[in-house]
Design a binder for this molecule. Structure first.
Ligand code: ASP
Length: 434
């Protein structure tokens, strides 16, 4: 028998009824051994996430303001869950202890992590499981990167029978200070636990039944992706398919542990399986699009013969603290695609610096660009994929501003005007999914 690591997201642990559903799921398969909870999320669209409240608490403390109201909301949520489940954990004294410690921590990480911490204690009691505090085993180095020794230490601690609950989202620095991952980081914690325990599968339980081939807000009929590789997901998540934290695949990718995205409210739905390799029957597995890009176009005759031209251009972006997303080029033009929010006020400065350093014929900035990634391993080596894609866009009346295809041939990126995003994604989906 192999074991399964299960991570439950905030909406799956929003209240006592959710905790009961989660328990039923865990107990229905004895392979489910390692449980990684998030902090309680929203119960309704207007509700507050516990983690957001904890960040607010930190801000108030920092500014010397009264955090009483926020603390009361947090206490109310946890006391409610504990009471409704008939648990004995003394939530009040845990909260009092947190309050007594919070002023000592200048960074928000300590308070932010307490949602997962309390959620984990309650879930462990409810399941009769062993609680393991990640502060003692998940270690970051001084630069904030995960210390690889984590896997061995955590793996050792999680040996033995029974269920284990390991809260998500945080670990500690070498000097014992609590440190969190970035938002949504319990997904990364789950992946670390799966690797540390040599789990055969990492189930990531959330409130959707896996990934859809396109954002349902753009394509309501978009169907579920049954299987996708880590690499394909990288290409899609990069464009904003944000069901899973985009760093969550790294710990499990090396040992090849599959991730199954599952829905707590529909546990029998197979969801989406993320795997190392797959046999792709269809050319395209997903389409992701996002607005908010700008393109800096540099034109110069004979640029291709000028050594160091690209380096000089990119150095200017680097010096202004801007990272680039794509770099389409032609013989006499080079374009640098960046996020609009990063370019922001630097635009005119950058144009001037490029003019000074590279003596181009022309430099222009195009704003309001959307990028659309069409991704699929089945595209490689298949004739006619690009023709289908561009015919679909032409028939939808969408003008393509820029085209970029990675050398792996499993990704075609097109840039269109932001206003054309929806029409373009719909056209591409309908060309490949029907
Ligand atoms: N609770 C944290 C957040 O809201 C981490 C997580 O849920 O994964 O970002």
């Amino acid at each position: 028998m192999g074991f399964i690591t299960c991570k439950f997201g905030g909406t799956s642990l929003a209240d006592a009824t959710c905790f009961q559903k989660v328990k039923k799921i865990i107990l229905s398969n004895p392979e489910r051994r390692y449980i990684v909870p998030s902090a309680p999320g929203k119960r309704t669209p207007e509700d507050k996430k516990i983690t957001d409240l904890l960040y607010a608490w930190h801000t108030l403390v920092e500014q010397g303001l009264d955090a009483g109201q926020v603390q009361a909301l947090i206490a109310d949520r946890f006391l409610g869950i504990s009471r409704d489940l008939g648990l004995k954990t003394d939530v009040k004294s845990i909260l009092a202890e947190i309050e007594s410690q919070c002023a000592k921590h200048r960074e928000p990480d300590f308070l932010a992590s307490r949602g997962e911490y309390i959620s984990g204690i309650l879930l462990a009691e409810f399941l009769g499981a062993t609680f393991v505090d990640p502060a003692d085993y998940v270690r970051f180095d001084d630069e904030g990167a995960l210390d690889p020794a984590t896997y061995e230490k955590l793996g050792e601690r999680l040996r033995g029978d029974g269920l284990f609950v390991i809260p998500g989202f945080y670990g500690a620095t070498p000097d014992g200070r609590i440190r969190t991952f970035s938002r949504g980081g319990s997904d990364v914690s789950g992946s670390i636990v799966a690797r540390a325990t040599g789990s055969r599968l990492y189930e990531n339980w959330t409130d959707v039944s896996g990934f859809r081939m396109a954002d349902p807000r753009l394509v309501p009929e978009a169907r579920r992706i049954e299987e996708i590789t880590y690499q394909e997901l990288r290409e899609l998540s990069y464009m904003g398919a944000n069901v899973l934290h985009d760093e969550a695949i790294f710990p499990v990718r090396e040992p090849g542990i599959p991730i199954n995205i599952k829905n707590t409210n529909e546990p029998d739905n197979p969801g989406t399986l993320i795997v190392a390799t797959r046999t792709a029957r269809e050319p395209v597995c997903g389409i992701a699009g996002r607005t908010g890009f700008a393109m800096v176009n540099i034109e110069k005759a004979l640029m291709n013969k000028e050594r160091g031209f690209g380096r000089r251009v990119l150095a200017i972006f680097e010096e202004n603290g801007i990272s680039f997303e794509h770099l389409p080029t032609s013989i006499d033009t080079m374009s640098v695609i960046v996020r609009e929010e990063e370019l922001g006020p630097h635009g005119s400065v950058i144009v001037k610096q490029i003019e000074r350093a590279c003596s181009p014929d022309r430099v222009t900035i195009v704003n309001d660009l959307a990028l659309i990634a069409t991704v699929g391993q089945g595209m490689a080596g298949r004739v006619g994929v690009a023709a289908t894609l561009f015919t679909a866009l032409a028939n939808a009346g969408v003008n393509v501003r820029v085209i970029d295809q990675g050398s792996s041939e499993n990704n075609i990126i097109v840039g269109v005007a932001s206003k054309d995003l929806k029409a373009a994604v719909q056209a591409i989906y309908r060309a490949f999914a029907s």
